[in-house]
Design a protein around this ligand. Structure first.
Ligand SMILES: [Zn+2]
Length: 293
């Protein structure tokens, strides 16, 4: 940060293609929300790690070039000290994207690999150890891999996606309805046997409200599957600071296994299964059962 303040065109000497034209502007400092207290538990934190998020291909000049991760003194989870105001604007609309609403180019297809589909196959088989239910709600659809796999298995799956372009694309590819909204604003009378939040909670301005919302949408004994980076994972211990998760500009919070356990028990979930993700380096996958409030 200090180097960019002294030399605002520093980026052109870093040899990164996506930064060739990047000029640091001091105004970006005033465009950041200063996160004073831990968004997970509300307590104070201390600086933990400063990461060069300009390294990431998805870096934009809305963000500060370095990302300051704070560690909460109370819940031991991490949060980003600064985050652009503009990404906190909430959109309250709820729209169902149906296939056929927009013209479908005949060449439209996904680039999901067999490896990814097999990964979802293993996850669904693992979940089926704890739930006989067939109604799934997926929060955040990615490239549509879980939807396609769940349909192959015979599940019924409803899907929520905040990004309208992704919702249209996947809806058209799979001929499947997608509900386009912010999950925290989603309203329905329906409840589900299984809810999946794959790489979602680290993006939420209030991850606790996201988990509470999932709780409220589960049937009694329903299960919640979560995948999220674990800042204290075996992978991160082995690779030290050289892992992409530290630099990811769009992430707001990181949990450890213990930190997440402490939070979810208070919300009325019981942990049924914990494993290391084979999809994302340093991520954890947890199956939770709804037990009580
Ligand atoms: Zn905390």
């Amino acid at each position: 940060m200090e180097a960019f303040k002294i030399k605002n065109d520093l980026a052109k000497f870093l040899g990164l293609d996506h930064l060739k034209n990047y000029i640091f502007k001091e105004e970006v400092l005033s465009e950041q929300l200063l996160v004073d207290n831990c968004p997970i538990c509300g307590e104070k934190g201390a600086p933990f790690h400063n990461a060069p998020c300009y390294n990431m291909i998805n870096y934009t000049d809305n963000f500060l070039p370095s990302k300051l991760w704070m560690k909460c003194n109370s819940c031991e989870n991490l949060y980003s000290k600064y985050y652009p105001h503009k990404f906190f604007n909430t959109n309250h609309s709820i729209k169902v994207i149906r296939n056929g609403v927009t013209p479908t180019p005949s060449h439209l297809q996904s680039n999901v690999s067999t490896h990814t589909l097999r990964n979802w196959c293993d996850i669904l088989n693992n979940i089926s150890e704890y739930s006989n239910g067939t109604d799934i709600l997926e929060i955040g659809i990615g490239k549509g891999a879980l939807i396609a796999t769940a349909l192959e298995f015979g599940y019924s799956i409803d899907c929520i996606e905040i990004d309208e372009n992704i919702a249209y694309e996947i809806s058209n590819i799979l001929n499947h309805d997608i509900i386009c909204c912010d999950f925290l604003n989603f309203r329905t009378d329906k409840t589900y046997d299984i809810i999946t939040m794959g790489d979602v909670i680290e993006h939420l301005s209030n991850p606790i409200n996201g988990l509470k919302k999932a709780y409220s949408l589960l049937n009694d004994d329903g299960v919640l599957w979560i995948s999220t980076p674990n800042y204290n994972s075996a992978f991160n211990k082995l690779h030290k600071i050289n892992t992409a998760m530290w630099n990811e500009p769009y992430h707001l919070t990181y949990f450890s296994k213990t930190g997440l356990e402490n939070i979810i028990k208070k919300l009325g979930f019981e942990i049924l299964d914990y494993r290391i993700s084979i999809n994302y380096n340093g991520s954890m996958e947890i199956i939770l059962k709804k037990v009580r409030i």
